[in-house]
Design a protein. Structure first.
Length: 276
């Protein structure tokens, strides 16, 4: 029924115009942000899942850095242990030289002088092998590397690797009181040094095993980050092609609604012509 007091056609056109305009704005927001979930109402469940995955990815990224730091600590410790091992081999050679009956006590005094300096150097390396200011091999660090420190290598509180490094100072190795100033002392020193070399070798073997574990965990973390990022992309990232098509459709419908609203606003004027 044609009326002039209520423009029903205009009201309907404006309602569709508002709906189409909102759809167009929503598509623009998604394309501009690159995410399918521009606001929680777009997909509440998807938003919750995406937020949790994003949190895990962020934590795992830091965990990968932690694992890298663990490897660096172990490599630093292994470098110090390798130097100590070299010193012990030199000390054994000196002991063998002093233990020989072809050497006089006067010459043993000179040999013992080097031997004593090498014992001090073991302690110097043990103290001086540091990471981030903390000594790794002598037990003087504020962190007890001998007992072990936990390094977080995952997204859960239980994802820890215990990093342990054996003490390698002269006292722990049992050579702090060794000497080669006499033939008897030199023979005793050889046995002590053999035990010390075994201790250092065991410590280096454990360091190498931990390095391998951290390396594999780092690779596992990288795989997890890649897979979780892909999963999050499937949930949250906008399909640009599909959303662009949706935007084009909404734009056309908005233009049509604008044209319809303009025509509807002219209808009362047309009806007034009946009064002429």
């Amino acid at each position: 029924m044609p009326v002039i007091s209520t423009n029903i056609a205009a009201n309907s056109a404006v309602r569709h115009l508002n709906a189409n305009s909102a759809e167009q704005s929503a598509s623009l927001a998604k394309l501009a942000s690159g995410t399918r979930i521009a606001q929680a109402s777009d997909d509440a469940a998807g938003l919750a899942i995406s937020t949790r995955i994003s949190s895990d990815v962020t934590t795992l990224t830091q965990a990968a850095t932690n694992a890298s730091h663990g490897i660096s600590i172990l490599q630093t410790a292994d470098g110090g242990a390798a130097n100590i091992s070299d010193i012990l081999q030199r000390m054994k050679a000196l002991s063998a030289q002093s233990a020989s009956g072809t050497v006089t006590d006067g010459e043993r005094t000179y040999i013992n002088a080097e031997f004593t300096q090498l014992i001090e150097e073991i302690d110097g390396i043990s103290t001086g092998t540091r990471y981030n200011g903390e000594s790794l091999l002598d037990g003087s660090s504020s962190q007890d590397f001998a007992t072990g420190i936990n390094i977080m290598v995952g997204s859960d509180a239980g994802d820890m690797i215990l990093l342990q490094i054996g003490l390698l100072d002269s006292t722990t190795l049992g050579v702090d009181a060794a000497a080669v100033d006499t033939q008897a002392n030199a023979l005793a020193a050889i046995a002590l040094i053999d035990t010390a070399i075994d201790t250092v070798s065991n410590a280096r073997a454990n360091i190498g095993a931990l390095e391998s574990r951290f390396a594999f965990r780092g690779a596992s973390i990288a795989t997890s980050v890649e897979n979780l990022s892909a999963a999050n992309s499937a949930i949250a990232d906008v399909d640009v092609a599909a959303e662009s098509a949706k935007l084009a459709s909404a734009k056309v419908k908005t233009q049509a609604a604008v044209a319809a609203a303009a025509q509807a606003s002219q209808m009362p004027q047309e009806l007034l012509k009946l009064l002429n």
